[in-house]
Design a protein around this ligand. Structure first.
Ligand code: ADP
Ligand code: ADP
Ligand code: ZN
Length: 217
């Protein structure tokens, strides 16, 4: 099963993708994570992407489509992919249709996660992750069970993204509304779209997502 989680920054795409990965053995393909890894490694792509990401703008379609195409050539994607943060533009959506066709893959569902803009600023401003295993947390909505210790791996090191501040979030939301939200209609026309309420508690969103995908818990 190959699916897209579509939603604005802070909607909960990464959080739900990790849960689906653990429970159903799917592979998370996060273009944001891949770009951040490229920035950290100082690759040519990373050098091009760094300032764009810090400004909350979109990295060029060519770069992003290229990294997705390469990733889809790795054997583990056969288990099924959760696209998280991709596609984000009409050009990326069309490129994904072509890539999947070329690689003999199909797109099963696109789940749109609805969350009001006001809530997103709080979601993104309070976000932090484990530096070791990448588990996601939130200052108020999802604190580690033991303060300062990751629930999943026991690490005591956490990190925050440089673009997760209130000003940059606004630029990212603008990019979302201008470039990405139109994809909802694109996938609706293709008969692939499912909508869920992303404002509920994390567990309730997971339950709605599993229902939408026909994967009962
Ligand atoms: P995205 O990948 O869509 O940008 P994340 O999954 O990183 O979003 O979630 C953004 C922040 O909101 C994280 O700190 C996460 O812990 C928190 N979060 C995710 N889903 C919910 C939810 N349903 N209710 C409250 N907080 C949530
Ligand atoms: P969020 O879900 O919180 O918006 P991501 O981790 O998906 O964050 O993306 C972080 C940044 O990486 C984006 O603001 C953008 O600069 C870049 N990026 C990630 N995915 C894409 C994409 N598909 N197209 C263009 N830029 C992207
Ligand atoms: Zn951890």
């Amino acid at each position: 099963m190959n699916i897209i989680l579509l939603g604005p920054p802070g909607a909960g795409k990464g959080t739900q993708a990790r849960i689906l990965m653990d429970r159903h053995g799917l592979v998370q393909l996060s273009t944001g994570d891949m770009l951040r890894a490229a920035v950290k490694a100082g690759t040519e792509i990373g050098l091009k992407a760094k300032a764009v990401m810090e400004a909350g703008e979109l990295v060029s379609d060519d770069i992003v489509i290229g990294i997705v195409s390469d990733r889809l050539d790795e054997p583990d994607v056969k288990a099924g992919v959760i696209f998280d943060g991709f596609p984000r533009t009409a050009a990326q959506a069309e490129a994904l249709d072509n890539l999947l066709a070329q690689k003999g893959m199909t797109l099963d569902s696109v789940v749109s996660m609805d969350v009001d803009d006001e809530l997103l600023v709080d979601r993104v401003s309070g976000r932090f992750t484990c530096a070791m295993c990448g588990e996601g947390y939130h200052d108020t909505h999802k604190r580690p069970e033991k303060d300062g210790v990751c629930d999943k791996c026991g690490s005591t090191e956490f990190k925050r993204r440089p673009d997760d501040n209130a000003e940059t979030v606004r630029a990212r939301l603008e990019a979302y509304h201008a470039e990405t939200a139109p994809l909802i209609a694109y996938y609706e026309a293709a008969g692939k779209l499912k909508k869920i309420d992303g404002m509920a508690d994390i567990d309730d969103v997971t339950a709605a997502l599993e229902r939408a995908l026909g994967k009962g818990a």
